[in-house]
Write a protein that binds this ligand. Structure first.
Ligand code: AMP
Ligand code: ZN
Length: 667
């Protein structure tokens, strides 16, 4: 091994170790910043020495590979379901079935949480992850290895004395906090929230673009080694070993000697589960000894040595007192049910989310209804049913409001959208403060020193009405605010000053244009390079941009039509915020003067990656085929009209392979 390769390998090992310490052990020993630097160094070295490419390098975690469809793989060991039990009696009969074949003197059980996610089967060879397959129908599943590699709690390389070849199973899930954050982001961007963490986790595994999967906050607990190896004597030992090899094993398991002990464990978790960061839907009980598991074997559906105990979903009944309405920063109205306070799973519940008008109508809610509430995937509980026999005959139906609860403006609703909106963009208070809060948030301008409450205070004291006002704040104004000492004021100014370095794409996101989230901002910034250029685009021109549809185009044009927004932007320009993309230097000029249209789905790249490659090698991307197009880079599932037009105009139609050749075989 050459010295360079050695350095590279050492660095990779070091990063694997820190990833493990951070994500699995929750005990990092270096700062995020140092970690980022190491990763940056690795990617730099890797691009310098492409000959030492390693498919399991930590740099591969960011994803980027696009799968058109997933290969179907037959499981070496079928992925069975678990038989269910709901009572102590069910467990007793599970035990007596086992006793018919196994002596009870040394029989014991390992109890684990039943993680509510989506299961995955991982294969490791020589300590390296080689394949990840979904459960599918239990007999065969989809090969989702590329997507799985982006999950940081799944080791790409193992430590210690792992068997040379084995398979292990686990559950992929999304923590409740992360799930709620995703939904807040989505609703802020005018998208429908996801229904529950489990479906979102399982949907994420089937995404075609692994870079998108990398952005999803997926985690994994491993719970079952399925191959045999020398030291594999009990489930308990296997969990301990798995953890040593680097797997994320939940430490909630317990060895129990009797069914009474098992039942104690169940009852314990029936209470404690409400404090977990993730969802479980029960407990899994497994015969601990692997030899006994083998004797017991499987039915056609279930292992005979294991059973799930299912918790009852926590539901209570309470009375609906009123419905109030919240206004988000985009003007979206969210109804919230105010309830007679009631204890549900250890917490007092006073409110339940109602999402939108459809939800209210579906439940046919009336005032003072007795409603059943349930803790679902979200932290705020939801109303699942109404007890009609308890309804007063003269109670009033809940009618959705038609005026904004904050500014009394008329609400509007598009057929295609679930939410009502207050269109009083310029003076509806929660929209004004919401927009400023969005502006300072971490993914936008990331202004340290100012928090959401400070914004509220500043707004109430009439120091600011929009985000541009932030930059003209005076020291004495701030000092006049409650709890604002000299030091905090200094921090505010420091934060504002720092924000002048934030790149254009994030400034664009920070402006808070409805439906323009992070990805769209990035696309627009890349495509138009400056705010002035973007402002001058018409609705039809915007439609031509990749992934920009009617909804977004309309929203962008509307935003810039509003004079107040233009004035704010001008002010922000004067202050020195970035309204231009940075000028990129090209890697080569292979594609100088060449224009491309990229269309369809590709094997080795996402469309964005291809476009980037074209640009950094001197070429230009066009969004539609015309006589000015040099190449149509054609992938799978490309629109037939583009193809026909290219043929008619005599444009060169090239494949991904042709493209690779063009890139490589030129100087
Ligand atoms: P079911 O889908 O209800 O038949 O239950 C079987 C599923 O439970 C398995 O496929 C796993 O995805 C899931 N599961 C969650 N936690 C565990 C665990 N600790 N041990 C075994 N299976 C588990
Ligand atoms: Zn309003």
């Amino acid at each position: 091994m050459s010295l360079n390769q050695k350095i590279l390998e050492n660095l990779r090992d070091e990063i694997h170790m820190h990833t493990h310490l951070y994500y699995v052990k929750d005990a990092p020993i270096i700062s995020d910043y140092e970690f980022d630097l190491m990763l940056k160094k690795l990617t730099d070295l890797e691009s310098k020495f492409p000959q030492f490419f390693d498919i399991n390098s930590p740099s591969q975690r960011v994803g980027g590979k696009v799968s058109k469809n997933f290969n179907n793989i037959k499981h070496d060991y079928p992925m069975y379901s678990l038989d269910n039990s709901y009572s102590k009696k069910d467990l007793d009969s599970f035990y007596s079935r086992i006793l018919k074949k196994i002596p009870d003197n040394d029989l014991n059980f390992l109890c684990e949480l039943k993680f509510d996610g989506v299961s995955i089967n991982l294969t490791y060879e020589n300590g390296v992850l080689v394949r990840a397959v979904t459960r599918g129908d239990g007999v065969q599943g989809d090969d989702v290895t590329e997507n799985i590699k982006t999950i940081k709690t799944i080791p790409l390389k193992l430590n210690g004395d792992y068997p040379s070849k084995f398979q292990i199973r686990g559950e992929i899930f999304i923590e409740l906090n992360d799930f709620n954050k995703m939904n807040i982001d989505r609703t802020n961007n005018g998208l429908e929230p996801y229904m529950n963490p489990r479906n979102t986790a399982s949907g994420s595994l089937k995404l075609q673009d692994s870079a998108e999967v990398a952005r999803r906050p997926l985690k994994c607990f491993l719970y079952q080694v399925v191959s045999e190896f020398d030291e594999s004597k009990t489930q308990y030992d296997n969990l301990i070993s798995s953890s040593k090899w680097g797997f994320n094993v939940s430490d909630s398991y317990k060895l129990c000697n009797t069914i009474d002990e098992v039942f104690d464990f169940i009852n314990d978790w029936d209470h404690k589960r409400n404090n977990l960061d993730f969802e479980i839907d029960g407990i899994v009980i497994k015969v601990n000894q692997i030899d006994y598991q083998k004797i017991l074997g499987f039915t056609s559906k279930y292992p005979r040595w294991s059973i799930a105990y299912k918790f009852k979903t926590l539901q209570v009944s309470t009375v609906l007192l009123s419905v109030s309405y919240q206004v988000g920063r985009t003007g979206a109205i969210t109804p919230v049910a105010n309830l007679n306070p009631v204890l549900l799973g250890g917490t007092i519940v006073k409110r339940a989310s109602l999402h939108n008008e459809d939800q209210i109508n579906k439940l046919d809610l009336h005032l003072n209804d007795h409603v059943l509430i349930e803790k679902g995937g979200e932290i705020i509980p939801k109303i699942v049913d109404v007890q009609l026999d308890e309804r007063n005959l003269d109670s009033n139906r809940i009618l959705f409001i038609n005026k904004c609860p904050s500014c009394q403006a008329d609400l509007s609703k598009n057929e295609s959208e679930a939410h009502h909106y207050c269109l009083n963009f310029n003076s509806c208070p929660p929209q004004l403060t919401g927009r400023i809060q969005h502006f300072i948030s971490r993914k936008a301008m990331d202004i340290n020193g100012i928090g959401n409450e400070t914004i509220q205070l500043m707004f109430q004291n009439k120091l600011i009405t929009n985000y541009a006002d932030l930059y003209t704040l005076k020291k004495e104004d701030l000092l006049s605010l409650e709890r604002m000492a000299e030091k905090s004021v200094e921090n505010v100014f420091k934060g504002l000053n720092e924000s002048k370095k934030v790149p254009f794409e994030r400034v664009l996101f920070a402006l808070g244009i409805r439906h323009v989230g992070q990805t769209v901002s990035k696309n627009l910034a890349k495509k138009f390079e400056s705010i002035d250029n973007l402002i001058s685009q018409t609705y039809d021109e915007l439609l031509l941009v990749d992934e920009i549809g009617e909804r977004i185009s309309k929203s962008v044009v509307n935003f810039f039509k509003n004079e107040k927004n233009i004035i704010n932007i001008e002010k922000l320009k004067t202050v020195g915020l970035q309204f231009h993309s940075e000028i990129k230097t090209n890697v080569t000029n292979v594609f100088n003067d060449k224009t491309f249209v990229v269309s369809g789905v590709f094997e080795g790249y996402s469309r964005d990656q291809l476009k980037n490659l074209i640009e950094i090698n001197g070429g230009k991307n066009l969004s539609s085929v015309s006589s000015k197009t040099n190449y149509l880079l054609a992938g799978d599932k490309m629109g037939p009209s583009k193809l026909k037009k290219a043929e008619d105009l005599g444009v060169d139609i090239i494949s991904e392979q042709d493209f690779n050749k063009l890139l490589i075989f030129k100087p």
